[in-house]
Every structure is written in structure tokens, then in C-alpha cells.
Ligand binder design. Structure first.
Ligand code: UDP
Ligand code: MG
Length: 141
């Protein structure tokens, strides 16, 4: 089924000039970009985005990192794109990420792992609406 997911090129990826590298992989995988913009989140905005993790020990550091510089947020559309994007990204911990994945090749730290991707249709819906309104989503095919 055609679905949508939220992708973020995190502040480490933008700072390290990896925007093109990441987008190239999405395009080569056949994902259509149906919305895209650059955002520099405040700490509060990062906390709202990652509210699901607010009890986790890494929450404070993660939200400082996510608000440390500009990020690129995108909505990707394709068949099974939620799982497909997670596969391209690789495991959260880059040391466990499969060879050839974005995190395996470019992450420098379990936190600074270059990309975010939604993990379910429910989180995708919340995350897309967090950054984009309906008028900002173009037809994907
Ligand atoms: N994270 C971290 N330490 C951890 C687990 C996660 O710093 O032990 C950070 C990392 O940047 C990760 C984000 O928190 O991408 C969200 O964690 P999640 O478990 O949702 O991983 P993801 O869905 O991004 O693979
Ligand atoms: Mg997650």
C-alpha cells in the first residue's frame, strides 16, 4: 500500500553536508518527496516532536542536539515507505546498522545518527502533521 513517512536529516547530517547524499538514496529507492523544508527547531519544538521519549534517559541530550542547528524535514511517499525508509537508515545504533545503510556509513554516535524516520503509520501521521499542513503536501506520483 502506498503510504507516507516523515524523514529528517538531523542537524549533524546538515552540518556535515550530507543532504544530497541522503536525498540521492531516497530518490534511488523510488521514494517520492511530497514535501520538504529546512527548520531550526527550538528546544521546546524538539521536545514536542520526541514527546514519546520524554521519560528516556537520552531525552535531554537528544532534544538539545535536535535543536542545535538546522534540519531538513521531508515527507516521503511510496509503497511500504515506512519500513523501506527504516531499512535504508539502518539500526538506531550505527554499530548495529547493516552495511550500506545511511547510519552505518555516516553516523558518528548513537545519538548523532544523521536521519530520523517514522516507525509506524500512527507516528507518521503525528510527525507529518507536526511539520506540514495539508497545503504543503503535493501529489506524490
Ligand atoms: N537515541 C540516543 N540514545 C539511545 C537511543 C536513541 O541518543 O540509546 C537517540 C537517537 O538519535 C535516536 C533517537 O534518540 O535516533 C530516537 O530514538 P529511537 O529509539 O526512536 O530510534 P530511531 O527510531 O531514530 O531509530
Ligand atoms: Mg523512533
Amino acid at each position: 500500500m502506498k503510504e507516507r513517512t516523515l524523514s529528517i536529516i538531523k542537524p549533524d547530517g546538515v552540518a556535515r553536508s550530507l543532504i544530497g547524499e541522503v536525498i540521492k538514496r531516497f530518490e534511488q529507492a523510488g521514494f517520492k518527496i511530497v514535501a520538504m523544508k529546512m527548520v531550526h527547531m527550538t528546544k521546546k519544538e524538539a521536545e514536542g516532536f520526541y514527546a514519546v521519549h520524554k521519560e528516556r534517559p537520552f531525552f535531554e541530550s537528544l532534544t538539545i542536539f535536535m535543536s542545535s542547528g538546522p534540519a531538513v524535514v521531508m515527507v516521503l511517499e511510496a509503497e511500504d515507505v515506512i519500513a523501506g525508509n527504516r531499512e535504508l537508515m539502518g539500526a538506531t545504533n550505527y554499530k548495529e546498522a547493516a552495511e550500506g545503510t545511511i547510519r552505518s556509513e555516516f553516523a558518528t554516535d548513537i545519538e548523532k545518527n544523521v536521519v530520523h524516520g517514522s516507525d509506524s503509520p500512527e507516528t507518521a501521521a503525528f510527525e507529518i502533521a507536526y511539520f506540514f499542513n495539508a497545503l504543503e503536501l503535493v501529489g506524490g506520483s
